[in-house]
Design a protein. Sequence first.
Length: 359
Amino acid sequence: MSRQGIQNISFVALVVAITAAFVWLLLPYYSAILWAVILAILFNPLQRRLTVWFDGRRSLAAVVSVLACICVVLIPASLVIASFSIEVSSLIRRLRESDFSLADALAQVQAVLPDFANKALADMNLGNLREIQDGVLSALSNTGQTIASGALGIGQGTLQFVIGLAIMLYLLFFLFRDGPSLVLMIRNSVPLDRTRTDDIAAKFVSVVKATVRGNVLIALAQGGIGGVTFWLLGIEAPLLWGVVMAVLSLLPAVGAFLVWAPFAVYLGLTGEITKAIILVLVGALVISMIDNFLRPVLVGRETRLPDYVVLISTIGGLSLFGANGFVLGPLVAALFMAVWSQFTDDRLSESSEDTAETV
């Protein structure tokens, strides 16, 4: 091997090693970096308009865009999370201090169930109602503590949360201000031809917009309508169940049905027939139909992944990356399909050229 070849290989190895070290250095705050990139993509149209309005002063436009992100995203999200944590704690306290017994309520339902249903519950170790009550209360308590300490940064995680938030806002400013030059630099640095680089970048942007803007807005709509319906029907902790419905709405083929349907069944079995019918009508005709009407508008048919791919990739992403997985999972799946689609097209093109040459 020539001296020039050895130098080229050594330089590539050095680039890979330094890049891996840099990525390792950023890992503790990858969530802050991820959400800075996501917000920069989502609010990029606003940044472009502001740049025009401010006669090309990108720094001033970037400051206003960051403030818009804080007002539109961060403050409402913090208020919802705080209210959710308070409602979970309040529900647990009311259940422990009041005369209400979840086991007694479940016993009323169990009493009207047919024998085969009770036998099935017993086979699944769901016959001991007191254990079910203790398990539900324990799960609610753990959920409230996790959200309070993790999402709000209470306790030992406060400093890390504040630093992560500061990094996200600081990086977001520079992504707004220097976004076009950064994109051009990345395009010129990636060792792929321009067509493939542009295709992958376009797929990345479209999936981020579809996943965050589309799916989150749909989830907020379903959770909001579900929570308001629960509140109007007098069901305990409507905000809690609204948030749960919104989270479950991110998973296709699962959705808010897993929340409102059991409540409708419970209301029917306990004699609240009118409330049960109202909940079923709202759940079936409004909550469940929102996805069909809004998804083509917010997500777009050309960027939509098959439901089974979204479901599997979202669950896998949540398992590996936590709350960030609902974005990273579908994003990795979409890039996987885009890259393999390009590879398949290249193979078909080569096969067609070989056939033409043979003929």
